[in-house]
Every structure is written in structure tokens, then in C-alpha cells.
Design a protein. Structure first.
Length: 451
């Protein structure tokens, strides 16, 4: 375990939130934004395991070959694709999926790490299709769960509800129920829950944590399954989405991929709150559309089908912000101001409704974590500014007791500077992707020493 604590700080297994795998570049042959509609109730309780399929077993030697000496595996692992029952944001029954990673050296009890992945665009990069995140954790004795978000894996017919709080809370908590169901059927036991995610995964992690902490019934249910929440590391996430988005747009460096994914998701799932056209938000001409209807078709039936990986989608989208965004949105965002907690002060400048919808999904509003929580963030992050972690911390300090001057000791910001060797840590190569595992291992080591 000591070797793990040292090695993880230097680990070379970087799993970027901007996946770059070659995939089929043909648009998917399906109606854009097709949503499951079913009159039949769930066949079982939410989170009930539907299926578990063995994908691969990796021995210690095979894992060590993958790690290349950066860390040493403590055991081999079994990888499974799981499916489970859940509901979409319209409360319609759906089947969700993910990947489960189980150490091969015992039946437990295993500490569990629930991993939420960063932004992906291609359906082919979903965890259940291409299992990656979770291998490292399972090689160190943790059981790991990497869920496919809504819109990936078994629910690929949905448009992914990108950066919408409820989608991660629902899929994540139901996923925890499913991995317990999976374990129970195989005589495996668990010994505590750790949450971990980076970028979009950081946002998803905090959404799950919030759902667990604010719902005593869920908290007690998970504890009864051997999954009491022990620690959480929501890293580099746009927790205060409206603040992060306006900062990026006003600075002229908003990433086109994130823009189209947010626009598509929010226009579908918050249609009543954002009643205008897509052209109120996006530049119709810049996206090659000849009409409002054509713009909607082009966004949903081409860019957001899941056929393209992140890098290819970035190539296809306009590089200049003025060619991607409407004048209305750029003008509105320039007028927005915030308080010290990152909350919007002037919603009347929002003509599109997008700003208010994003602000309604602010994860650092109205509550404060009671579980040890670390907001890992690289100071040089060019996508989600480091300052957003500091602002979220101020908000959590305030909502802990409605007094910002009294800090919530459960929440810490772990700022990661660039090293002295000239390497620059940006959003895609920040060590915050893997560093939380070092913290989790230290907690377990302390628990073992106390016992």
C-alpha cells in the first residue's frame, strides 16, 4: 500500500476526459433524440441487476505490463458489463449499463470506488463498451464501478443529459444498487464507498454525493449494503455550471464540443424553460445550417449522434466563438455578474433561458457536504478554471451554517501547481484524474491501523 501511495503521484496512466479513439465516422442510423417511452412499469426495483456479462480477466502480470512500472498490481481483476433498471428524466423505465471491476484475490469485503468518467462523445468509448477507468483501482484491491451515463451503453437511444444534475444522481445511485445486487448474487461483500470523478465526472460525482447526503433513506439503504459513503473527490468539475460557462464565453475560449453538448441536452431536457430556437443560442451560419429547422437537425442528427469521438467532433465544429455562438448569447453572457459564491445576481439579462437552466443545476447551492470531500484541481486548467473550485468552496462554507467566514472542514480544495520540470498541467493531463486514489488508500490504511 505504501508503494501505491508513492507511485500514484507519478503515475503515467492518464485517462483524459477528451478521448481520442478512432471510431466509425458514419452518423448512427437512428432518429435523432429518440426517447424511450414505455407504458410498462419497471420489472423490478430501481437498480435491479438485469444482466452481468464477463468481459475479460487480467492477471497481475498482464496488469503490470499495462502499467509499465508506474504502479504495481496487488491482484488480478475480473471485468464485467452490467445492465440495470432505472428511469430517465421523464421517469420512463430504461435499462442503464456500466462496467464492474472485481479483484480476483478474495470475496471481500472490498472497499468500492464509484468512478464517473469525463466527457466523451463517441458511443464506442462508453465504459461498458471500452472498459478503462476502474482497472487501476481494482488492481489495488478496490471493487470499482464505472457507469455509462444516460445516453451511452444500453441507453444509447437517448440524447445524453450532459451536465444535468438529476441524470447523474439517478444513474449513479441506481448503479450502486446494481453492483450490490451483482455482488450479492456472487457471495461478494463490500466495506465502504468512495466517489471519484474528473471534469464531467467531477460534476457527476458531486451530484451523486448530494443525492446520497440529502436523502437519508438512500444513505441508510447504501449503508445497509456495505456502502456507507466514506470520502468523495469531485475533481475539476463545472460544479457551478453557469459561472464556468459565462467565464469561458466572456474569455473567448469556450470549447466548441462542450457548447454543442450543453445546448443539445438543455434544449431537449429543459424545452419548456428554453422555448426559443437553437439559433437563439448557436450561430446558424457557422454550423452550416440554412434554417432553424435545419440547425436543429444538424445538431441532433449529425454532431450529437455519438458517431464522432471528441477529437473528430472538435475538428468538425467552428473554431471561432463568434462563428459558433449567437450574438444574443454572447451579449447576454457579457452582462452577467455573480456574488462571491458564484451565484448569478442578474437573471433578467438572460433572453434565451439557457443561463437560468444552467444555474438551476448549480451543485454548490443550498447544501454543503458532510462527508470528507476534496476538490482536486490544477491551477493551470484552461477548460474549467481553478478559480471555480475556490468559489465552490466559498459556497460550501456558506451553506454549511449560512456564514462564509466559518469554513466547512469537510471540504478542501487541493490545488495542483505545474511541476518544476517545465511540464504544464492542463485539463487533459492534470494528475487530479488519479490522485484521489492515493487519498482513498491512505484512509483505508488509517482504518486498518486503528483496528
Amino acid at each position: 500500500m505504501k508503494k501505491l501511495l508513492i507511485a500514484l503521484g507519478l503515475i503515467g496512466i492518464q485517462i483524459s476526459c477528451q478521448q481520442s479513439r478512432e471510431v466509425d465516422e458514419e452518423p448512427l442510423n437512428r432518429p435523432p433524440n429518440f426517447v424511450v417511452n414505455s407504458d410498462s412499469p419497471l420489472q423490478g426495483a430501481r437498480g435491479s441487476l438485469v444482466s452481468a456479462t464477463h468481459v475479460i480477466t487480467l492477471s497481475e502480470d498482464e496488469l503490470n505490463a499495462r502499467f509499465g512500472g508506474s504502479v504495481t498490481a496487488r491482484n488480478g481483476i475480473h471485468v464485467y458489463r452490467i445492465e440495470y433498471e432505472s428511469v430517465d428524466l421523464n421517469n420512463a423505465p430504461i435499462i442503464l449499463s456500466g462496467a464492474a471491476f472485481i479483484p480476483d484475490n478474495s470475496n471481500g469485503p472490498f472497499p468500492v470506488v464509484a468512478l464517473q468518467h469525463g466527457t466523451i462523445s463517441a458511443k464506442a468509448n462508453a465504459p461498458s463498451v471500452r472498459p478503462r477507468e476502474g482497472i487501476l483501482e481494482a488492481s489495488q484491491g478496490f471493487a470499482a464501478l464505472a457507469i455509462d451515463y444516460m445516453g451511452f451503453g444500453s441507453s444509447s437511444q437517448l440524447l445524453h443529459p450532459y451536465l444535468i444534475e438529476e441524470s447523474y444522481a439517478v444513474a449513479g445511485v441506481d448503479g450502486l444498487r446494481a453492483i450490490h445486487d451483482f455482488a450479492n448474487q456472487r457471495g461478494l461483500t463490500f466495506a465502504g464507498l468512495f466517489l471519484k470523478g474528473y471534469s464531467e465526472g467531477g460534476y457527476a460525482t458531486l451530484a451523486m454525493q448530494k443525492a446520497i447526503e440529502l436523502n437519508p433513506a438512500i444513505e441508510l439503504e447504501l449503508a445497509s449494503k456495505g456502502l456507507p459513503l466514506i470520502a468523495s473527490a469531485p475533481s475539476a468539475g463545472p460544479h457551478q455550471l453557469a459561472n464556468v460557462a459565462t467565464t469561458a464565453v466572456n474569455g473567448g475560449n469556450a470549447n466548441p464540443v462542450y457548447i454543442v453538448k450543453v445546448t443539445g441536452a438543455y434544449k431537449q431536457w429543459f424545452a419548456e424553460d428554453i422555448p426559443g430556437g437553437y439559433s437563439d443560442i448557436l450561430n446558424q451560419n457557422g454550423l452550416g445550417a440554412i434554417s432553424e429547422a435545419n440547425l436543429a437537425e444538424r445538431l441532433n442528427g449529425f454532431f450529437l449522434t455519438g458517431a464522432w469521438d471528441f477529437g473528430k467532433l472538435l475538428e468538425l465544429l467552428p473554431k471561432q466563438q463568434t462563428e459558433l455562438l449567437s450574438d444574443t448569447l454572447i451579449e447576454d453572457f457579457a452582462l452577467v455578474t455573480y456574488n462571491e459564491r458564484g451565484e448569478i445576481l442578474d437573471t433578467d439579462v438572460d433572453r434565451t433561458g439557457l443561463l437560468a437552466a444552467m444555474d438551476a443545476n448549480n451543485l454548490a447551492f443550498g447544501w454543503s457536504p458532510k462527508t470528507p470531500t476534496r476538490l482536486y484541481h490544477c491551477v493551470g486548467d484552461e477548460v474549467v478554471p481553478h478559480e471555480s473550485a475556490l468559489t465552490a468552496k466559498i459556497a460550501f462554507d456558506y451553506y454549511d451554517d449560512l456564514d462564509s467566514s466559518t469554513p466547512n472542514e469537510m471540504v478542501q480544495v487541493v490545488s495542483i501547481p505545474d511541476p518544476d520540470n517545465g511540464v504544464k498541467y492542463g485539463h487533459g493531463n492534470c494528475p487530479a484524474i488519479n490522485l484521489p486514489l492515493q487519498w482513498f488508500a491512505g484512509i483505508i490504511q488509517g482504518q486498518n491501523a486503528a483496528n
